[in-house]
Design a protein around this ligand. Structure first.
Ligand SMILES: [Cu+2]
Length: 114
């Protein structure tokens, strides 16, 4: 169980991370956030540009997820992601990448990379 303090610390770490990224990232790349809550992704589809970063954030209270792409484009697997954690993936390959949760197969999202 995450405490309020853990949450605040996480938010501060994320803010610091964002500041670092602003200083070092390529100007054209953008960040998008997809939230996992109530065993669903926050959107069914998301459109990004090649090279954009998508942050997958687990906002469940007590449910872990394992988000992965069906490939072969933009192949990735986040592995077990505990509540409160987020992971960033760079989508480099153009086309539609289907993403699911290995633990909850009804969780699906299409990432359209242009
Ligand atoms: Cu899941």
């Amino acid at each position: 169980m995450k405490t309020q303090n853990d949450f605040k610390q996480t938010m501060m770490m994320m803010a610091l991370g964002a500041m670092v990224m602003v200083g070092t990232s390529v100007a054209s790349a953008a960040d998008h956030t997809v939230v996992q809550k109530d065993k669903q992704f926050s959107t069914k589809t998301i459109k990004v540009k090649a090279g954009d970063r998508v942050v997958f954030k687990n906002e469940e209270k007590a449910i872990a997820h394992n988000v992965y792409s069906l490939g072969p484009k933009n192949a990735f697997e986040l592995k077990i992601q505990q509540p409160g954690n987020s992971s960033a993936i760079d989508f480099k390959d153009k086309g539609v990448t289907e993403v699911e949760c290995a633990i909850h197969p009804t969780m699906k999202i299409k990432v359209e990379v242009e």
